[in-house]
Design a protein around this ligand. Sequence first.
Ligand SMILES: [Fe+2]
Ligand SMILES: [Fe+2]
Length: 198
Amino acid sequence: MDLNQYVSILESRFSSGLLRHSLGVADTAADLAGIYRVNKGKAFLAGLLHDYAKELEPELLLKLANQFKLPVDPITWVEGRKLLHAPVGAALVTAELGITDPEILSAISWHTTGKAEMSILDKVVYLADVIEPNRDYDGVERLRALSRLRLDQAALAAVNMNIYSVLKRDLMLHPGSVDLRNDLIARIRDQEKYTERC
Ligand SMILES: [Fe+2]
Ligand SMILES: [Fe+2]
């Protein structure tokens, strides 16, 4: 399937807002992939498809998660669709679109909660989701600029923002986000130590 075919499938499946967001994430992810030297085509496709299951009803997401035998942890159970759309989306793009590339599937699976030891492509899509051109919030320009300079620092700012927003709304905090944050802090400290030694 070529990219235009994927886009026309999304045109028939997504609301116009989600389509615009997905195209924005695809372009931004490809751009960041160029900067951080990972595969641009994979970044574009993972960005394009990252929210493939976003507009499915929560009951259907749970049903599909069971069908695909995906683990549904207690936090995901309570917070439902917000978190499940990522792993269910990865399973669905395999089942419906024949996508089997593990790097693309990983970036789709982890784009919401995050996890420790995310790959560069995972982080590129995670960041592209929050800085794509249709996003508009205080600090987005700063995060866009940081994203082009320091991937881990930008991912840390993004996960911090995500955690603040979860705390503010009294939602349950997914341990994957805490794991991602701790992992990034450790990596950034290691990089700083290495730079000091040089
Ligand atoms: Fe999403
Ligand atoms: Fe998204």
